[in-house]
Design a protein around this ligand. Structure first.
Ligand code: SAM
Ligand code: SF4
Ligand code: SF4
Length: 374
């Protein structure tokens, strides 16, 4: 691999550290199955379509960093829809069956429906429709739900961190109201973007009092709340272990009020551990990224807004796929280069997080969640 460090804005900004993947000498037709060094298949592609967002969630884009002087990517740097579609097709030929659009806030990307329409036409290597979904803060969802559905989106995940309006406004830090998110969710449900999942990042001392109210609000609605442990992604959110509320505690608190029982995972590699209400009023999920590493089953790869590939949410360096997409290489050459990158993958940061030396080595260099998507 040749290393290219592109000095576009600020060399301290690790968004731009990347290596250009090399093209293998022997090219193989993609077989729909590629595995990394731990035999983990490539199953799930997350595509960030913008690094911008209209929220400033305290755990993701704190205002003091993402202020008016912060340099977001210029439009000319972004992958075009045609480039994203081509990349998606190549990934599908390597075994990807699920694509999630994310960001930043994906609904801020102009004409996102057009991209959804292009991706919805892709079939998996075994001829099934792609599982195409999107994660959003729902600020534009009421306006866009119908057109997204018409474009072929299967379902959405919505982020909402509290039922209490004052707590939520403090967490999104742009004074956005809970009622407006709920309106987005209702509209998405009405147009058939289901099943809807609601993601709540739990920060001890900030919104953990909202765990039970969230469960109370959504049980019986068909909507699954997923409680996510606050993670040490990026370098700007001042993560502290004592602000992580373990998922076992989330389950204990809900079970005390609404008794729960465990449910089997839908498939190997599912990030959420599933629980259902014993009275049959639905289920919840907990994502224990910090207290219970699931690297052993991690089949996810991430594509940034300007075409860098990241093998792990906690990576410090990406692979410059855009250089290949714009370099005149054939589909076969690019898919073989991607396969080679995946085959060399060793990532397992969450399994090593408890080692202070590992944490320290990456502390200032991890990519931001708003850049790479959740
Ligand atoms: N803006 C969209 C949204 O909020 O749904 C999509 C992008 S956002 C980066 C994707 C997910 O990452 C959201 O559900 C968000 O709550 C989650 N997230 C961001 N920072 C996090 C952190 N430090 N720990 C855990 N989850 C985080
Ligand atoms: Fe924006 Fe989503 Fe990050 Fe909140 S979590 S700041 S909505 S990208
Ligand atoms: Fe996957 Fe990296 Fe998270 Fe482990 S730490 S589950 S390898 S994204």
């Amino acid at each position: 691999m040749t290393e290219t460090v592109i000095p576009i804005f600020d060399l301290r900004d690790h968004r731009y550290r990347s290596m250009t993947p090399s093209i293998p000498e022997t090219l193989l037709e993609p077989s729909g199955l590629v595995a990394d060094t731990r035999a983990r298949p490539l199953h799930d592609l997350r595509i960030s379509v913008t690094d911008r967002c209209n929220f400033r969630c305290v755990y993701c884009m704190p205002k003091e960093v993402f202020d008016k002087d912060y340099t977001f990517l210029p439009h000319s740097e972004l992958l075009s829809f045609e480039e994203i579609e081509r990349t998606a097709r190549l990934f599908v030929s390597l075994g990807v069956e699920k694509i999630r659009l994310t960001g930043g806030e994906p609904l801020l990307r102009k004409n996102i429906e057009k991209l959804v329409e292009m991706l919805a036409r892709i079939e998996t290597a075994s001829g099934k429709p792609l599982d195409l979904t999107l994660t959003t803060n729902a600020s534009l969802l009421a306006r866009k739900a119908q057109s997204l559905r018409d474009a072929g989106l299967s379902r959405v995940s919505v982020s909402l961190d509290a039922m209490d309006d004052a707590t939520f406004r403090r967490m999104n830090d742009v004074d956005f109201a809970v009622a407006d998110v709920l309106h987005g969710i209702e509209t998405a449900q009405a147009v058939g973007l289901a099943p809807i999942k609601v993601n709540m990042v739990v920060k001890r001392g900030t919104n953990d009092a909202e765990i039970v109210p969230m469960a109370r609000h959504f049980r019986g609605s068909g909507i699954i709340v997923r409680y996510i442990e606050f993670m040490d992604v990026g370098a700007s959110n001042h993560w502290q272990m004592d602000e992580v509320l373990p998922s076992t505690e989330v389950v204990r608190r809900i079970d005390e009020v609404f008794p729960l029982e465990p449910v089997q995972a839908n498939y190997a590699g599912e990030t959420a551990e599933r629980w259902r209400y014993r009275d049959g009023s639905g289920e919840i999920g907990v994502i224990s990224s910090v207290t219970h590493a699931f690297c052993g089953d991690c089949s996810r790869i991430r594509l940034s807004t300007e075409g860098r590939l990241y093998l792990c949410l906690f990576a410090t360096e990406g692979y410059d796929l855009r250089a290949l997409l714009r370099g005149g290489y054939s589909d076969l050459q690019v898919s073989n280069a991607i396969a080679q990158v995946w085959q060399g993958r060793t990532d397992n940061y969450s399994e090593q997080r408890s080692n202070p030396a590992v944490r320290q080595a990456r502390a200032e260099r991890k990519i931001e969640m708003s850049y790479i998507g959740g």
